[in-house]
Design a binder for this molecule. Structure first.
Ligand code: ABU
Length: 491
């Protein structure tokens, strides 16, 4: 669409954001404001004097853009993405210019840029988006993100985030209770993603075993290792997985806990993906034994569908995170504050500054209740079972594992007719290796669906289907199977 057309469209879409009051003067005033967007700049918005109406008008336009995007996201007939190569984005597309200039752009141009930013992105809430473990677009979670951004505060002290820091303790306590740590003393922190949460778990494990590290550093420690090698060094921690990224596999947590207890090792469970399953009374048994762990990573931005990012590191023993990571910056964590400084959580982390990731989760939990998450998660498990059963019956698909999936991951190969009857051999696998990337490439170009693929060990490229998107229905699953066959049959 040409820019002039887009401008025209925008002018048309302006009216819903205006007052319903028929007063002619008000209408004229609003109309005037809209016209003014092309001549107005960020500096005309609040806190500029007289900036109130323009601010409202601008933000309502942003909301219109978001609403349009949300409607498109949930429309299974819309494309998931309008794919372009990085060099095309860098060169500029239809007036969408990523370069920054020395002079300000008008508010109208900013609205065009906002529209284009979403236009050339990926609709991760689309019902046929299966590409990542984190997917979906939750409207309540989105509202939580808006409010969080509006508050624009830092989680490091109660002083500047009184509601959010206390909210964090409520959520951490809730999650620790669900894990099965009944002690009130459990602890934790929200961090920027699963890997960082795992890092916190390992830091605490190391500190627990060797508290002298805090004052004297690594040099006074033996050569410690995370996994016991055959030569053995000095192990201090075992990391178990509850829901592996590709296969969705669960380690036997009780067996691992037995070993950890015997050898006095810290047990950390990476349940970034699988943690959400604890909310399902039907399926939480997959994580049996997690209550014996010392620390757990659990990402609500995965199975629970909370907008990115939202990842928690939970520890069974209180106080270790603080003792391990604190730097006691005097400019933030003054001991003589007016309130209980235990709510100054910033010193439990190595980050100092910390984004507010808790509000959207809290708001979604309020909106759904624990049972709402359970219903959603049980439905993913049903969809995975359905997908598995359909594939099992199709002779041009082969499951990577024959057994029913443990989780919502279903891994499989598609065999085009020319490869279907060729027995497994190095040469056949060399050909099969190319199939998934080719199908995916075409899918992206056409924007019809998205799912991931990877090789693993001796297994050549296979697709990983995964369910964590609340918008997905059985018809989308059927569509995906047909789509893979359509794109792959002549390869
Ligand atoms: N933390 C890794 C997630 C990878 C994925 O979404 O597939």
């Amino acid at each position: 669409m040409r820019r002039a057309d887009r401008k025209q469209m925008r002018k048309k879409s302006i009216h819903p954001c205006q007052s319903t009051d028929k007063d002619v003067i008000k209408e004229a005033h609003a109309e005037n404001l809209m016209t003014n967007l092309s001549n107005a700049y960020a500096s005309d918005l609040l806190p500029s004097k007289e900036g109130k109406d323009l601010t409202k008008c601008f933000l309502l336009q942003v909301v219109n853009i978001l609403l349009h995007y949300i409607e498109k996201t949930f429309d299974d007939k819309s494309k998931i993405l309008d794919f372009h190569h990085p060099h095309q984005l860098l060169e500029g597309l239809d007036g969408f210019d990523l370069e920054l200039s020395d002079h300000p752009e008008s508010l109208e141009q900013l609205l065009v840029d906002c529209t284009d930013t979403l236009k050339y992105g990926v609709k991760t809430g689309h019902p046929r988006y299966f590409n990542q473990l984190s997917s979906g677009l939750d409207v309540i979670g989105l509202a939580g993100e808006w409010l969080t951004a509006t508050a624009n505060t830092n989680m490091f002290t109660y002083e500047i985030a009184p509601v959010f820091t206390v909210m964090e303790t409520v959520l951490l306590k809730k999650m620790c209770g669900i894990i099965g740590w009944r002690e009130t003393e459990a602890d934790g922190i929200f961090s920027p993603g699963g890997s960082i949460s795992n890092l916190y778990g390992i830091l605490v494990a190391r500190y627990k075993q060797y508290p002298e590290i805090k004052a004297r550093g690594m040099a006074v420690l033996p050569c410690i290792v995370l996994f016991v090698s055959e030569q053995g060094q000095t192990p201090f921690c075992v990391v178990a997985t509850a829901g592996s990224t590709v296969f969705g596999a669960f380690d036997p947590l009780h067996d691992i806990a037995d070993i950890c207890e015997t050898h006095k090792l810290w047990m950390h469970v990476d349940a970034a993906w699988g943690g959400g399953l604890l909310l399902s009374r039907k399926h939480s048994c997959r994580l049996s034994g997690i209550e014996r762990a010392d620390s757990v990573t659990w990402n609500p931005h995965k199975l629970m569908g909370v907008p990115l990012q939202c990842s928690a590191l939970l520890t069974r023993e209180k106080g270790l995170l603080g003792a391990c990571n604190q730097m006691q910056a005097e400019y933030l964590f003054q001991p003589d504050k007016v309130y209980n400084i235990n709510f100054d959580t910033g010193d439990k982390t190595i980050q100092c500054g910390r984004h507010v990731d808790v509000f959207k989760l809290w708001l979604m939990w309020k909106a759904k209740g624990t049972y709402g998450f359970e219903v959603q998660i049980d439905r993913y498990m049903e969809l995975a079972k359905y997908f598995y059963k359909v594939l099992k019956k199709k002779d041009n698909f082969k499951l990577v594992f024959d057994a029913e999936p443990e989780f919502t991951n279903v891994c499989f190969w598609y065999f085009p007719p020319r490869l279907k009857h060729i027995p497994k051999s190095f040469e056949r696998d060399q050909e099969l290796q190319k199939i998934a990337p080719k199908i995916k490439a075409q899918m992206i170009v056409e924007g019809t669906a998205m799912l991931s693929y990877q090789p693993c060990g001796d297994k050549v490229n296979f697709f990983r289907m995964v369910f964590s998107n609340p918008a997905t229905r059985q018809t989308d699953v059927d569509y995906l199977i047909d789509e893979i066959q359509r794109l792959g049959k002549d390869l």
